[in-house]
Design a protein around this ligand. Structure first.
Ligand code: KIV
Length: 277
């Protein structure tokens, strides 16, 4: 069954946790979809885990559309959320609606995600009015890494915690259908989850959210440049890949690969004809 804004809202009401993983390509999206994950995030984290940048700032609209369309071809049932890259919505309401439209039309997403609270409420309202579902993102918002001075937990003091609560209420009021809470204390995220009628998806926000998201390379131990405290390895796929690559090297060098079963045959008669001098 296709996951939609309505089914995700039902899951919140029924206390049925929502699963979300990132994906950036057709084959991974297909595997995630077949595993029954509710929603796929085509995150701008692709800048780091797919393209090797040190943050998400350099990711472009073309990057997001290219990867979103690939994911959409692979996922049948997962609800696809695609990130709006840095400076595609902060500049104006017009830019926000225009770029959200491109992500839907060309990237075939089911919703767009943007970072920020009160400052982006006019953008959220306008995008929703254009019939495009919006997922908000509060707490540690990686596009603001330079303003934050690094990837740090947010909302730990009274003022900061109150601000996140206020922003969460504001984005719901503006029409967001879901919100990602990143790197906020568990009790604060649980409180916000109870205050909102839309689902909250946590990453480094504890167990009280309506759902969880992880970057797939993090949960499969495929990305080692940075390992945040909230990451759990659900498989040692990075190591398994390395071993497979090493086995391939040994077999190619020793001549055991390709074996006869991996090769194509031709009749001796034809070979005799073509090699006749
Ligand atoms: O870009 C991304 O993958 C994200 C998640 C970390 C929530 O925004």
């Amino acid at each position: 069954m296709k996951n939609t804004v309505t089914t995700l809202l039902e899951q919140k009401k029924n206390n049925d946790k929502i699963t979300m993983l990132t994906a950036y390509d057709y084959s991974t999206a297909k595997l995630i979809d077949e595993a029954g994950i509710n929603t796929i995030l085509v995150g701008d984290s692709l800048g780091m885990v797919m393209l090797g940048y040190e943050d998400t700032i350099s990711v472009t609209m073309e990057d997001m559309i290219h990867h979103s369309a690939a994911v959409a071809r692979g996922a049948k049932n997962a609800f696809i959320v695609t990130d709006m890259p840095f400076m595609s919505y902060q500049t104006s309401v017009y830019d926000a609606v225009f770029h959200a439209g491109r992500i839907m039309k060309e990237g075939r997403a089911n919703a767009v995600k943007l970072e920020g609270g009160l400052s982006v409420c006019p953008q959220i309202k306008a995008i929703v009015e254009a019939s495009i579902p919006v997922v908000a993102h509060l707490g540690l918002t990686p596009q603001s890494v330079n303003a934050f001075g690094g990837f740090k937990v947010q909302g730990k003091d009274t003022q900061a915690a109150k601000r996140i609560i206020e922003e969460a209420k504001a984005i719901e009021e503006a029409g967001a259908c879901m919100v990602v809470l990143e790197c906020v204390p568990e009790k604060l995220a649980t409180y916000i989850t109870k205050q909102l009628s839309i689902p909250t998806i946590g990453i480094g926000a504890g167990n009280g959210c309506d759902g969880q998201v992880l970057v797939y390379q993090d949960m499969l131990a495929m990305y080692s440049d940075m390992t945040p405290k909230f990451v759990k390895h659900f498989g040692e796929i990075g190591e398994a890949m390395k071993i497979a690559f090493q086995n391939y090297t040994s077999e190619v060098k020793s001549g055991t690969f390709p074996a006869p079963e991996h090769s194509f045959t031709i009749s001796d008669e034809v070979m005799a004809e073509v090699t006749k001098e």
